[in-house]
Design a protein around this ligand. Sequence first.
Ligand code: NAD
Length: 483
Amino acid sequence: MMSNTTWNLDPSLESTALVQIKPQYELFIDGKWQAPLSKTYFDSINPADETHLAKIAWANQADVDLAVRAARTAYTNVWSQLSGAERGKYLFRIARLMQEKARELAVLETLDGGKPIREARDVDVPLACNHFFYYAGWADKLLEAFPGQNPAALGVAGQITPWNFPLLMLAWKIAPALACGNTVVLKPAETTSLTALKFAEICQEAGLPPGVVNIVTGYGDTGAALVAHPDLDKIAFTGSTAVGKQIQKACIGTTKKLTLELGGKSANIILEDAPIDQAVEGVINAIFFNQGHVCCAGSRLFVQESIATQVLDKLKFRLQSIYVGNPLDKNTDIGAINSKKQLETIERYIQLGLEEGAEIYQPTCELPSAGYYCKPTLFTDVAQSARIVQEEIFGPVLTIQTFRTIEEVVQKANNTPYGLAAGIWTDKGARIFGVSQQLQAGVVWANTYNKFDPASPFGGYKESGFGREGGLHGLRAYLKFPN
Ligand code: NAD
């Protein structure tokens, strides 16, 4: 039985019967599964109950070297020789196979990462498939997409992804790279490698030529070895700002093209004329969606003073009906935190918020006894300079501040090192345009939040990184333009 303080529901568990997890995964290099030269493996566990899922190969420099060599050979001998239409056929085939296996991919994502099955099933997997369909369509139209510019592939791309949207981030990187004629070596995050390994099986099933996609698993040292490899033409990284800065330094003085999609501390702004119930639901979606493990999460809420009490009361009331628990249960709103390490980080920030003098609110729901869980948390009475307001927590923690004027909220919203996303809630179109033009954010949502589409570019300002993924911009990142 799942319970919150509002009502009890019987469990509605998604079946895991169709998912086959191998006891041990090797590296996917040159179209084959290869035991790591490092002879080392690490464990992948289910954060929902701490059970062991699989052993996964931990690639070292020599393994990375093999993968890059395979990608270079495939680029030179096969992939760069194919027409765009031929490349597109492979991408369409991959997209259709992903669709066929959508349920399996969703369950795997939930088991490995802890996100609610509802999100994996309705958001992650469909969006990942759509990315492949979208870029499959562009593969033979690059000349039309960039008329008169004679676009050409870069060569071999090294790609590194985080754990919050494992399959979706893979799709954001691999689909445009392949459509443009590049080959890739991708390193998934160490806590969520399984859907990338399943994707490797899909590449085999699609008959993708060996070496076009290579998957090397491992920790940060594997990622660093990939970044340092001299025979790469492009590095695409999504992850924390701290690691992004290290990667930027490592690429200085090389000819590698670089895109960085980094952290965020996004502002969600409710003006006094906003439809309040809709805005409250939007706030819940903006920060508690995927346990707050969203780079663009609306983790700082700004409410106009005249409606602040009303909004706070409604938020607290809504939080009482939120289900935190087994991510495989279709009733679950907030699943498991991705790892013990991340849970400890979030708990440290909650403690810090209390030490900084903020007022805390958490609903009275019960958490499962095993696994990594965190209650949704609101902090009010926070100073603009507080660390919980300035730093990315990457968990279900929302700070709430009030404001009187548009000038004040714009100034506060922009006053962080980040600039990834923002939200604005108001009844007036003119205000949407007026405020959004002043916000330093790569994406601004109006009267909604966390909406994605393969045709829309996504990316940040300031310490949230540079470069865009998605849309035509996402193609540009994998092309050079001789004229
Ligand atoms: P992370 O930076 O710790 O790790 C990201 C990836 O980099 C992992 O695969 C990791 O193994 C690898 N890595 C770690 N150290 C490395 C090094 N020195 N060299 C090369 N690779 C290295 O980030 P995370 O904790 O996995 O992910 C959370 C972060 O990702 C958050 O800051 C979040 O905001 C950000 N993120 C940003 C976007 C975006 O589009 N801007 C999207 C998703 C996540």
